[in-house]
Design a protein around this ligand. Structure first.
Ligand code: HEC
Length: 102
């Protein structure tokens, strides 16, 4: 029984590790460029806002990761915010959100 619990704890922590896996360094660089150029074309090169609202930590404070990831992946219907699902994974969207919130 004890071994079973240890095994379960171990696999749970392995899964948790996986959930926070960052994209590869190369992909992080690509995502970083995308933030500046693609997202920046609407949200401003420094993300302070433009056609789209500011994406600086102060502006996003209080909004959940899940809500922001959803916005990035699905876009916002009826606004200029397009869906990015064809280009990035959910994990990558979460990485972007965590980067924006820092
Ligand atoms: C064509 C213009 C455009 C581009 C490109 C764009 N956005 Fe947006 N985005 C918007 C607009 C407009 C809104 C506000 C939508 C609304 O009124 O709710 C928005 C909203 C958002 C929000 C929600 C902000 C909040 O305070 O709720 C996030 C997060 C976001 N965009 C992230 C991104 C990211 C990340 C990218 C690049 C991968 C990106 N956007 C590219 C126009 C754009």
């Amino acid at each position: 029984m004890r071994y079973l619990i240890i095994a379960l704890a171990f696999s749970a922590s392995a899964m948790a590790d996986k959930a926070i896996d960052s994209p590869s360094l190369e992909r992080q660089q690509e995502l970083h460029n995308m933030l500046a150029h693609d997202c920046g074309s609407c949200h401003g090169l420094t993300l302070k806002g433009g056609l789209g609202p500011s994406l600086l930590p102060k502006a996003l404070a209080g909004k959940s990761d899940q809500f922001l990831v959803h916005t990035i992946l699905e876009g916002r219907k009826g606004t200029a915010m397009p869906p990015w699902k064809p280009f990035i994974t959910e994990q990558e969207a979460l990485w972007i959100v965590q980067k924006l919130l820092k």
